[in-house]
Design a protein around this ligand. Structure first.
Ligand SMILES: [Zn+2]
Length: 315
């Protein structure tokens, strides 16, 4: 049975994904009212276009954009970028952590039903900002939850709403974790809400390089998002580059998704930053080969695992 990913330009068969950035940011235009410290401005179309073209030329086929609506996402721009470059892009519904929103944002007052309905609508009918365009509305592929490590208050409501929406649509749930903090608590919470670990995708967990924990999460069926390769601040040599051989040794590479998380313009070459979006092809992939992983395993970690997790499960 062919499985499909819902990209901003339509359905994409899982097996056609060759090289994916499993945690990307290709457009962030924050709403006014976001505190200056939390503002990330990544919305210069020409520069972004240039760099996504380079990603395409280096064999890149999919970018998993991780900015939810209300926190700077614009799926109309994601579609335009995809059409102009040929790189497929997926969008997230859901919510980021609170600091990326203006104080009065409705997401932080919504009840479970309202939030779930919003997530479901964005997955099934189209993202809010795309509903009034004349072309086909743009659907989100996955539900994001910003999780700071504590399940309480509005975060808990939104997490429950994500379970309802995942149930109803077959979409996976992607987590921003705060450096992996209390990631293990997500499994029992979602099991109680009827969502199996093999529908969960936990990002930024390589910032907490506890090998035992990673093995447990992987064995449970969670997809682990590793995304500090190009982020020297998080000491990838002692983090992700220790985790990967350990998980490979344990036969768990099916649980790893390679991402870059280049949200800041200072990480884009076209903004005169480093290392740039093609770091995946020019540096990460060769290094995976150099540590002894074969092409099939590399293909898993840089394409197949994320593609399979994003595919909607049959309802
Ligand atoms: Zn991110």
């Amino acid at each position: 049975m062919t499985m499909f990913i819902q990209t901003v330009t339509g359905a994409l068969p899982v097996e056609s994904v060759r090289i994916a950035d499993a945690h990307a940011h290709v457009w962030i235009d924050p709403p006014s009212g976001v505190t200056p410290e939390a503002r990330i401005d990544l919305h210069d179309y020409k520069r972004i276009y240039q760099e996504v073209v380079q990603f395409a030329n280096a064999g890149g086929t999919l970018l998993v954009d991780c900015q939810p609506g209300g926190a700077g996402r614009d799926t109309r721009m994601l579609r335009r970028l995809s059409n102009d470059t040929g790189v497929r892009i997926t969008a997230v519904t859901g919510v980021h952590i609170r600091k990326y929103y203006p104080v009065a944002s409705w997401q932080w007052r919504a009840n479970v039903d309202e939030a779930a309905q919003y997530f479901i609508d964005e997955l099934m009918y189209g993202t809010r900002e795309s509903l009034d365009i004349s072309a086909e509305p743009i659907r989100a592929a996955v539900i994001k939850i910003g999780y700071e490590g504590v399940i309480e208050g509005q975060t808990q409501m939104l997490m429950e709403a994500a379970a309802v929406a995942a149930h109803q649509t077959g979409a996976a749930i992607l987590f921003h974790t705060e450096q992996g903090r209390n990631a293990e608590a997500l499994i029992p919470f979602y099991e109680r809400h009827g969502i199996a670990p093999n529908r969960l995708y936990m990002c930024h967990v390589d910032k907490r390089p506890d090998i035992g924990l990673h093995r447990e999460l992987a064995q449970a069926g969670v997809l682990l998002g590793y995304d500090t390769f190009g982020r020297p601040k998080y000491d990838p040599e002692n983090g992700v580059w220790k985790l990967i051989p350990a998980l490979a040794e344990a036969g768990l590479t099916h649980a790893i998704a390679v991402g870059q998380d280049f949200a800041f313009p200072s990480m884009w070459r076209s903004y005169d930053g480093e290392p740039g979006l093609t770091f995946l092809q020019s540096s990460i992939v060769p290094r995976l080969r150099a540590i002894g992983l074969n092409d099939d395993v590399i293909q898993q970690m840089t394409a197949r695992n994320i593609a399979e997790r994003l595919a909607l499960t049959p309802r």
